[in-house]
Design a protein around this ligand. Structure first.
Ligand code: ZN
Ligand code: ZN
Length: 856
């Protein structure tokens, strides 16, 4: 092959995915005739073509190499025709393996196959115990019910595998299959014949460009006699035998080419009645008359000639006048002249074998082999006219009868096959269903023929289980549908839409047209996320507005509490419930919204641990007005205890810390509408006052003397002679004593940690209406470290939605634009205030009593 010829094949395209390779593996019919079974694999799909048994072998040995492919991976089994070597393993494959795909045959194939398989079971069970049938009648019935029918020219599509049946000639119902996967087209001819005979439609050209042709090569480079010559030679042979008063034996299959022979003989007897009147002609078939009716049922699948004959006379052309149908040997003469057609065709056993053994010794008798004789069968060896052959019962039988081989097997010969290959011009041709010599001769001949032509072709003749691997770098084409297709884009213009792939077909559509033009229904994913959050809405809003600017607000009030809904960029809703420990964030999922939602959630998660929150909160909400609990005994006695508090020195003492009294902030502030004033506090004090107070509270547990400087920025502690100071703004620790400095630093670090985490425990209470505002600025700067500390330690054991009393931190009011807002703030402030004062208790409140304490 010249360099230019091989150009296409020589281009090496790297194969990224094994699925991009089209793999063709004969499990049978690779350099043999018999047990046809070819597997195609491409793009994750697996198709089995034919499923036959080898007539020259027996039992399991007659099966194709099924073990090579996991049967459960086979999507579709397509059976071309009913012959044993193409269909007889179907019941085995369907009933005895893990195959769970779908099986297709044409209607006549399915109908005839049923009876041929019955015959196979009967013959194998009776003739040869060793080679008992691979399946039972029950298996056959079960398998037969699973087989689906496909009409000639009908296109089916299963999971992205498209296939169409075309006439193949050969026998009644025989089909070729055109298979298309992901745009790659493969034509499998099965057994085919392009010659019009007495009853069949010849094979047709599908008329599409195929990438791969898998064709039979039974007759290799042989050429058939023209049909008329062949018929004449055949009839002459029959006449010769009966003229010498011999018995003429023709081993045939019950259905198939036999019907063509019967048509020929019937016609000949009719025209030569004078000569042949007294020569009986028998067709012995286990099906008896059933075969005749089966063929009548499928007349519409035959050619025009036979249909016309049927329509003209109204008679079944297979209801023969001269040929007598029998089911057994009863009435068959011992001596000629007579003509007998009997199954099986390969003479392995059964009636044809019995008659052969009976008639072989006499020279006036004659044997005519009319089909293709499979290697390994007696039909094949006897053509060589041996002196004797083995008898089924043992011993041997002398052969003196004449033997002629005149094939009516209706396979393409070299001329038909190569003409068909010429017409299709598939770049790849895979030969199957041919013995090695026939196949290799055919390949050599074809390659020779195309060597100097413009048809570049690669021809394969694989052995069984040898895989032909072909790489198709498929061009992907997308159909543009719907509104996108209303304007034809010009060169260089873009068309943007959603690309939908289904079964290797691509469709580009506008998202709005999805439902109409594809099988895809658009789905909107609604995201809803719960983010733990127990602080006030105001704090939440403040932080979110810092990030996203002014936010739209909706508010709902129900029996259980208040719901605030903030809308961010019109796409994310943040819902704060006054009675819940979490925030709900909702949005319609898409790339943009998901991103915004991510940052919203990040903001929320950081609010409670943000020092800014603490500072803001502390700066504002240090009022200790005890309106909710001032009337209770506990509240007032707690206050007293605070001052008396002496500090245990246990290592845990800082976190067990007790309330301390710190200097009152200079600005007492009222409630509700005093929000602006609170804001100012934050600004002026920068929160350092409160931080200083907290630090002081922690230090109180550890050191004898704790002082807070006038400007509330410096906390000084004394231990013996040494002093250390903590800057409440910078958290810097200074001391001339390194040990003390180290110890104080540790405490400061702990304070820092605690401040960062305690706010988790806080929670707005379920809507106790604010009690009337106590008169006057009696707020005290009580820093409820207790609350936070106990919360941290005991929180684990507390029921989640216990009203707990640690609400300390979240009391900033950033801004309030409306009256409702203010009311809200009142609520939260009063809640926390009530808690705060409750928290003045020196000991952590008992867990079970916590709720009572608060709500009392
Ligand atoms: Zn066949
Ligand atoms: Zn075949």
């Amino acid at each position: 092959m010249s360099a230019t010829k091989r150009k296409a094949a020589d281009i090496v395209v790297p194969v990224e995915d094994e699925n991009d390779l089209l793999k063709i593996t004969p499990l049978g019919a690779g350099r043999e005739v018999g047990r046809s079974c070819i597997v195609l694999q491409y793009k994750g799909k697996t198709i089995m073509l034919d499923c036959g048994l080898h007539a020259g072998r027996s039992g399991q040995g007659s099966l194709p190499y099924f073990d090579e492919i996991d049967p459960s991976t086979v999507d579709v089994l397509l059976v071309t025709h009913f012959h044993t070597d193409h269909a007889a393993a179907v019941p085995f494959y369907l009933e005895k393996t893990s195959f769970k795909g779908r099986t297709f045959m044409t209607r006549p194939t399915k109908g005839v196959f049923r009876w041929l398989a019955t015959d196979y079971i009967r013959v194998t069970n009776t003739s040869n115990a060793e080679a008992s049938a691979l399946y039972t009648e029950a298996d056959l019935i079960s398998a037969h019910a699973k087989i689906e029918e496909i009409d000639i020219h009908q296109q089916m599509e299963i999971n992205g595998i498209k296939f169409t049946a075309f006439n193949a000639g050969h026998v009644l119902g025989a089909a070729m299959f055109l298979i298309e996967i992901a745009g790659v087209k493969v034509l499998y001819t099965g057994d085919y014949s392009r010659e019009e005979d007495r009853h069949l439609v010849p094979a047709e050209n599908p008329g599409v460009a195929v990438n791969v042709l898998i064709t039979e090569s039974t007759y290799g480079v042989q050429s058939h006699q023209p049909r008329v010559e062949r018929e004449n030679a055949f009839l002459k042979q029959v006449r010769d035998i009966v003229r010498r008063r011999g018995c003429c034996l023709m081993p045939v299959t019950a259905l198939g080419r036999t019907q063509e022979l019967l048509l020929i003989l019937e016609d000949h007897w009719g025209r030569n009645m004078r000569e042949l009147e007294n020569v009986p002609i028998f067709f012995i078939s286990s099906l008896g008359k059933r075969g005749m009716y089966l063929y009548e049922a499928y007349i519409m699948h035959m050619n025009q000639r036979i249909q016309r004959q049927f329509n003209r006379t109204g008679n079944n052309p297979f209801d023969f006048k001269y040929i007598k149908t029998r089911t057994n040997l009863a009435g068959i003469p011992e001596m000629g002249p007579c003509v007998v057609l009997a199954s099986p065709g390969m003479l392995q056993s059964g009636i044809s074998r019995q008659l052969l053994e009976r008639w072989a010794p006499r020279p006036e008798n004659g044997l005519i082999i009319t089909g293709y004789s499979v290697e390994g069968t007696l039909a094949r060896t006897i053509v060589n006219e041996p002196e004797s052959f083995p008898a089924l019962a043992g011993g041997s039988v002398a052969r003196r009868m004449t033997v002629k081989n005149i094939s009516f097997s209706a396979h393409v010969d070299y001329t038909q096959n190569s003409t068909f290959i010429d017409e299709l011009r598939a770049p790849y041709v895979v030969l199957v269903h041919g013995e090695a010599n026939a196949m290799l001769n055919l390949r050599a001949n074809l390659l020779d023929k195309y060597r100097d032509s413009d048809y570049e072709v690669q021809i394969f003749a694989p052995h069984n289980i040898d895989t032909v691997r072909l790489h198709f770098h498929g061009e992907k084409m997308a159909r543009v549908m719907g509104s996108l297709a209303s304007k034809v884009p010009r060169e260089g213009e873009w068309a943007a839409g959603i690309l939908v792939e289904k079964d290797f077909n691509y469709t580009l559509v506008n998202p709005a047209d999805l439902q109409e033009f594809t099988a895809v229904a658009p789905v909107v994913i609604e995201q809803q996320l719960r983010v733990p959050y127990a602080s006030t809405f105001t704090l939440l809003r403040h932080h979110l507005e810092q990030m996203f600017g002014r936010l739209e607000l909706a508010k709902e009030v129900s029996n259980v509490g208040k719901t605030h809904i903030l809308r961010i960029y019109d796409s994310i809703e943040v819902m704060h419930f006054s009675w819940k420990q979490h925030i709900e964030v909702e949005w319609q999922s898409n790339a943009m919204n998901d991103m915004v939602a991510d940052s919203v959630i990040a903001v929320i998660l950081n609010i409670e641990s943000s020092p800014a929150s603490v500072k803001l909160t502390q700066g504002i909400c240090n009022h200790s007005h005890s309106h909710s609990d001032s009337g209770t005994e506990k509240g007032s006695s707690d206050q007293d205890k605070v001052t008396e508090q002496k500090l245990p020195k246990s290592p845990k003492s800082e976190t067990d810390s007790k309330p301390v009294i710190v200097p009152e902030d200079e600005h007492g502030h009222g409630h509700g509408h005093g929000l602006v004033a609170e804001r100012e506090i934050v600004t002026r004090a920068g929160g350092s006052t409160e931080v200083a107070a907290k630090i002081a509270a922690f230090m109180q547990n550890q050191f004898e003397l704790v002082e807070i400087s006038d400007d509330n920025k410096l906390v000084t502690v004394r231990l013996g002679n040494a002093t250390a100071s903590v800057n409440a703004c910078s958290m810097a620790v200074e001391s001339e004593n390194p040990l003390l400095r180290s110890r104080v630093s540790t405490i400061v670090a702990r304070v820092h940690r605690t401040l960062g985490s305690f706010s988790h425990r806080s929670e707005p209470l379920p809507e106790p209406e604010p009690e009337p505002e106590p008169e006057g600025p009696k707020d005290k700067q009580v820093t409820d470290i207790n609350g936070l500390a106990t919360g941290d330690q005991s929180g684990a054991g507390e029921p989640e939605d216990d009203d707990n009393e640690k609400d300390i931190d979240i009391k900033i009011d950033v801004d309030s634009e409306d009256e409702d807002e203010d009311d809200d703030e009142d609520d939260s402030l009063s809640d926390s205030d009530s808690i705060a004062s409750d928290q003045d208790a020196p000991d952590p409140p008992p867990q079970t009593g916590a709720t009572d304490d608060v709500s009392a």
